[in-house]
Design a protein around this ligand. Structure first.
Ligand code: SAM
Length: 278
């Protein structure tokens, strides 16, 4: 088992009686690392978001595209993937190291079940490297100082920061803009920031009902509109096509997920984009 978080504040025991973000998402993706509480909440949210399974899949497709774009278009081969999720098909290191065997990846997640699976996440290519840090995104400065990060990534060279489907768990009052800005301050010019984020722009009442259902199950789910998501990229220059739907973000980069889901109608309820630190 890899080390826990540096200061031991995050729980390392797995509570299966309450829903966890990573396991609910795993359920939507058709994974097996979820429990009745996760499935109950997953179904309660899905009741208000028809097609959520294929939307979750579209989010994974964006994740893969953002990794390939960072390497092939921006020449970045170091990744900091915060809010990793449970290992599933096409994890960041697999996508990255297929394009560049030397790619290095640091995964960060607060969930003890992701910690328990971290070994699977750390099986990188022999010439690349991966590491896992059990930490809370809100402790962004501690993440950047963590020796598991500094031993794996070179902070003097650009890093692709990935906040894929994780900022939606925070209200503005949680200080999320400062968290993103501290992350950007800690990385070299030329680094990138990829974000995907739940929105109510395509169905305001459905998104509000889904957020209510999540809250009843103990999860925060914040829908942000397109300009609020754009604001999360403050301090970067957005690359085309700016903040777009998941489907419209560089579809030419393809999709290679092995599993399918009943297609959703219209765009997935999310915005996605990538910015570059000047
Ligand atoms: C919806 S999953 C997204 C997984 C992956 N990024 C993706 O898009 O496929 C969200 C992940 O964020 C993690 N997470 C939630 N809050 C977090 C926090 N405060 N710090 C670190 N990770 C967090 C959850 O444990 C979960 O694994």
């Amino acid at each position: 088992m890899p080390d826990g978080d540096a200061d031991g504040r995050l729980p390392t025991t797995i509570d299966t009686t309450v829903a966890h973000e990573a396991r609910v998402y795993d359920y939507w993706l058709g994974g097996v690392d979820n429990y009745p509480a996760d499935r109950t909440l997953g179904n309660a949210i899905a009741a208000h978001i028809p097609g959520i399974r294929s939307m979750a899949r579209a989010n994974r497709v964006f994740l893969g595209r953002s990794v390939r774009y960072a390497i092939t278009e921006l020449g970045i081969t170091q990744f900091l993937d915060i809010g990793t999720g449970l290992p599933t098909a096409r994890n960041t290191h697999q996508v990255a190291q297929e394009v560049d065997r030397t790619a290095r990846i640091v995964y960060v997640d607060k969930d003890p079940l992701v910690l328990a699976h971290a070994r699977a996440l750390m099986k990188g290519s022999p010439v690349g490297r991966t590491a896992f840090i059990h930490a809370d995104l809100l402790d962004s400065e501690a993440i950047l100082r963590d020796p598991r990060l500094t031993d794996t990534l070179d902070l003097e060279r650009p890093i692709a920061i990935m906040l894929i489907s994780v900022l939606m768990y925070f209200h503005d009052a949680d200080g999320i803009h400062d968290v993103v800005s501290r992350l950007l301050n800690g990385v070299a010019p030329g680094s990138s920031l990829a974000i995907s984020h739940f929105t109510g722009d395509f169905n305001a009442s459905g998104a509000a009902q889904a957020a209510d259902a999540a809250a009843r199950g103990g999860l925060t789910l914040v829908a942000r509109n397109q300009s609020e998501v754009e604001n999360l990229f403050a301090g970067t220059d957005l690359v085309p096509p700016w903040v777009s739907t998941l489907e419209d973000w560089h579809p030419e980069l393809g999709e290679d997920l092995p599993y399918d889901a009943e297609p959703h109608v219209g765009p997935a309820w999310a915005w996605a984009g990538m910015g570059r630190k000047p």
